[in-house]
Design a protein around this ligand. Structure first.
Ligand code: THU
Length: 127
């Protein structure tokens, strides 16, 4: 997963922030999906690495995330932005591990539930 996230990060389109991020999701089927951030000259249109990976997963036919890797170039572990806590919550249980990684590997392992307590999710809507 680290290797796929690293390769995706290397392909990030981040000319504005120069902050490249890669993500990799493991689905319940075992399949892995990677993504990178894709910025845009119209700044708010940019997409985070996690969102790219989720799009790839859904397009690939998977619906359940069982592990998440987020990898940046930062010395500090890159905590996912608010949107990137909400989006995986659509497809992952709170106990799903989220590994926050730097270039050399895992810095912090947390869980989706720790990152997004009291979530608004499919179960809130009875799904
Ligand atoms: N970024 C991500 O890809 N994921 C996050 O969870 C946090 C932020 C990206 C968005 C933008 O392209 C760059 O990092 C700087 O904010």
């Amino acid at each position: 997963m680290l290797d796929l996230a690293r390769r995706a990060r290397d392909n990030a389109h981040a000319p504005y922030s120069r902050f490249r991020v890669g993500a990799c999701l493991r689905a319940a089927t075992g399949r892995l999906y990677a993504g990178c951030n894709v910025e845009n000259a119209a700044y708010p249109v940019g997409q985070c690495a996690e969102a790219t990976a989720i799009g790839a997963m859904v397009a690939g036919g998977d619906r359940e995330i069982v592990e998440v890797v987020v990898l940046s170039e930062s010395a500090e572990p890159c905590g996912p932005c608010g949107r990137c806590r909400q989006q995986p919550a659509e497809f992952a249980r709170p106990e799903v591990p989220v590994h926050l990684c730097g270039p050399d590997g895992v810095r912090v392992t947390t869980s989706l539930g720790e990152l997004l307590p009291l979530p608004f999710g499919p179960r809130t809507l009875g799904r």
